[in-house]
Design a protein around this ligand. Sequence first.
Ligand SMILES: *Cc1c(COP(=O)(O)O)cnc(C)c1O
Length: 479
Amino acid sequence: MEKQEKQQKLSALPKVDLLVEHVERLWSGSSPRNVIADACRMAVDHARSQVLAGTGGAADFETVAQVALHYLERKERPSLTPVINATGVIVHTNLGRSPLPERVMPALEAVACGYSNLEYNLEAGRRGSRYSHVEAILCELTGAEAALVVNNNAAAVLICLETLARGREVVVSRGELVEIGGSFRIPDVMARSGAILREVGATNRTHLRDYEKAINENTALLMKVHQSNFSVVGFTSSVPMSELSSLAASRGLHVFEDLGSGTLVDFSRYGLSHEPTVQESLAAGADLVSFSGDKLLGGPQAGMIVGKREMVDRIKTNPLNRAVRIDKLTLVALEQILRLYRDPKSAVGEIPVLSMMTSPFEAEKRRARRLAARLRKLSPPGIDVSVCGTVARAGGGALPLLEIESAGVAVGPDAGNPAPGFSAARLEEMLRGGDPPLIARLERDRLILDVRTMRDSEFAVAAGAVASALAKISGQERT
Ligand SMILES: *Cc1c(COP(=O)(O)O)cnc(C)c1O
């Protein structure tokens, strides 16, 4: 492009103040003027750099205004928004882990939007403890003497070790030195807590005598860690909690178990593999157990610490506790969730994570048929929509080997008459960028929507989103 032509185009770029007035009239939302001005400036800058680079087309007033509207829309869209999880991964850490039951909302809203007795003892009329709201029920459900909740289980492990073992040794099996992801690794957390890791045994086998030999005058704790996201198979052995706790007791030591996900319900009752419950760990003699609030428990992000009163009390008064303390919104949601566990049947029925885990395959197949029927009605020709078997997962680093038989809807090209230009990868990308975003799994040239992690109320929106993405793809192909 001629230098002169560029110059001409640059001087013809819209003036920001005129653009702001125009965009303000076009914009359906109500945004502060400085936000609109910002979007307009971005649009003009964008047009200018295109002119300078000699790329891009028209930079007339109306085109730049449309670009500004686009920026404005992006600016005003909340960053953290709901998505539809069609991956079949139930506790999906990237997608917010556990969805809460609707039933917790009234309590959450009431506490969130007003004052509460968070740290106020209403009977005594003086300062109270935020932990009081869930301590009794945690003890009731798990059989523990005392309980405490903190920000998450990573914080729980850190503060337990810092309180009970700083500067002293903690004996852990080499088979349990797990990395959870997001950089949480037992050896690293141990180092940060100031405790000294004393690894024993081998990766695949650890015996009671390994622990016995490692105990010395500087030993503070014996620790067990749930393997969570991996499994050692073959020639393996580990020491059960009952034996470890007897050993600890005979040496005047304590056992701490990081149970990872932790669960209060026995999944083997629902035809799934057995996951050790918090109650079982305590009954087998663990002095202290920590577990997550938002894994298989199905609640908000939190870290539960349950066990011996004397140990829990020491943790409560650790200054670090202030740095990892639980927020009131979390606390109110957690209390509501824990109340549901008083009746395990209602917990399984009402807590989404539990109902997704335990819903029978046949029920999911029927749901998949319903979604497929909706989608078929809306799909353009050349697209095959069919019900397929899938494998859903617990996720969240729990039950890694468990394959949950599930059902989904596969969207792919019709083998006899494939829609021109169809690409499952393109479809996946469009759905991910949609409103609401829909996250699904690619399987060769098909997109799979696993219904186990979808709510019935999301079917209509999901079907509409897939159909309009398909229409766009085939529209683009035609032009
Ligand atoms: C998941 C997990 C953690 C971390 O729990 P968060 O609640 O995610 O902080 C710690 N230890 C084990 C064994 C885990 O599985």
